[in-house]
Design a protein around this ligand. Structure first.
Ligand SMILES: Cc1cc2nc3c(=O)[nH]c(=O)nc-3n(C[C@H](O)[C@H](O)[C@H](O)COP(=O)(O)O)c2cc1C
Length: 387
């Protein structure tokens, strides 16, 4: 039974070859940050209010003029087409069905126009990686604008790739040359292998303007190896501003100083994130970094958070600390592996049901009111942190 998100992970593990499961599941170096994201969320406590009227519940929030059915969405995940053919499209459709936003990765395997058109009613944001050749980013932004994406999300925590030992051990790099171990792995997962063989090798479809001329293998390998432009600075936001007039978010901020700099340089939103523990292993859990960022931003722009979110109560914790919404990376991908679009929808519905139950039990039945609920209890002190 799929009762908790761990069940989705187990299903995904059974269905996916080891090198694909590890690509999704793994973190950097000792995977300490990966674990810390969970620990910090688990250690945070919320103190409920009792004897409150909770007959009417409203999970929805408004973000940049659009209403989301709950304050959670799907974070950008590259290579979703490896998990399941057309994975990006299935994720976007599931997001539409559940009324939550979907962030499409630069490293998607479907072209951004196709994903946008497959779920026109969904809130869709385009995530941007800026590689050495900036003309690649420029054409992506132009196309995202023409395809009417709702926001642009610049990811800034990948100046180089984190050291992901699982991927190294599994030989997961382009050009992909499966060894004996991978061949056995593929044979042990026939459903995945047959579907993958029929669909063909997924490529990075967004790197070139014209669909008829795929990007060179070198450029594709550079994206998988996350070879980004290390000359990107806060001043670069002005360059993007000239190309993009909609909401512009910066993803991967952890420090209050950086949060203040992002506001000063005109960002419209922030995503507090450590990339799900896949980049620098020694950074704080995203939920631990959130209060400092909220203080620095002082309500001027919305602050989002991701990394480690698995439950509706995790989302409630983020909102109680002042976030506008939380994003999830791995959970929807496990849903995708487990059951395609229906699996993603089921995973999102589970989080929604948990979030609703949490709001009722907290005595704060409106998502919007969580930040003012005085709910956060810090065990290291002796009382409630707020109120
Ligand atoms: C397999 C995988 C691929 C990812 N690819 C991208 C990406 O292309 N762009 C990006 O900004 N973040 C990417 N991320 C990071 C997610 O957007 C998000 O920050 C992270 O997954 C949140 O942590 P969670 O998986 O614990 O929810 C990726 C994460 C995973 C697990």
């Amino acid at each position: 039974m799929l009762l908790r998100t761990a069940d989705f992970r187990r299903r995904a593990r059974a269905r996916l070859p080891r090198f694909v499961f590890d690509y999704v599941d793994g973190g950097a170096e000792d995977e300490a940050c990966l674990a810390r994201n969970r620990q910090a969320l688990d250690e945070l406590r919320l103190v409920p209010h009792v004897m409150r009227d909770t007959r009417e519940v409203d999970l929805s929030v408004e973000v940049f003029g659009r209403r989301w059915s709950m304050p959670a969405g799907i974070a950008p995940v590259g290579f979703a087409g490896l998990v399941r053919p057309a994975g990006d499209v299935l994720l976007a459709k599931a997001a539409a069905a559940q009324g939550v936003p979907f962030v499409l990765s630069t490293a998607s395997n479907a072209r951004l126009e196709a994903v946008r058109a497959a779920a026109p009613q969904a809130v869709q944001w385009m995530q941007l990686y800026v590689m050495g050749d900036r003309s690649i980013a420029e054409q992506i932004v132009r196309r995202a604008r023409e395809a009417r994406f709702d926001a642009l999300v610049l990811t800034v925590d990948v100046a180089v790739s984190g050291m992901r030992e699982r991927d190294m051990r599994n030989g997961f790099r382009l050009p992909f040359r499966p060894g004996l171990r991978t061949a056995i792995d593929l044979a042990a997962h026939p459903a995945w292998s047959i579907a993958a063989a029929l669909a063909g090798t997924p490529g990075f479809a967004n790197l070139v303007e014209a669909p008829s001329t795929p990007a060179s293998p070198q450029v594709q390998a550079a994206l998988l190896a996350r070879a980004m432009d290390r000359g990107l600075t806060w001043e670069s936001l002005a360059w993007l501003r000239r190309l993009w007039d909609g909401p512009l978010l910066v993803k991967g901020v952890l420090g209050p100083g950086d949060a203040a700099a992002a506001v000063a340089h005109g960002a419209d939103g922030l995503v507090v994130s450590n990339h799900g523990g896949r980049q620098l292993d020694v950074v704080p859990a995203a939920i631990s970094a959130l209060p400092g960022v909220i203080d620095a931003v002082r309500g001027r722009i919305p602050v989002f958070v991701d990394s480690g979110f698995r439950r509706g109560s995790d989302v409630a914790k983020a909102l109680a600390l002042g976030a506008t919404a939380a994003f999830m990376g791995r959970l929807p991908i496990w849903g995708l592996a487990a059951g395609g679009q229906a699996g993603v929808e089921q995973a999102l519905a589970l989080v929604k049901a948990e979030f609703e139950r949490t709001l009722i039990l907290l005595g704060v039945p409106h998502a919007d009111a969580l930040a003012h609920g005085g709910l956060v209890f810090d065990e290291r002190r002796t009382g409630a942190a707020d109120e």
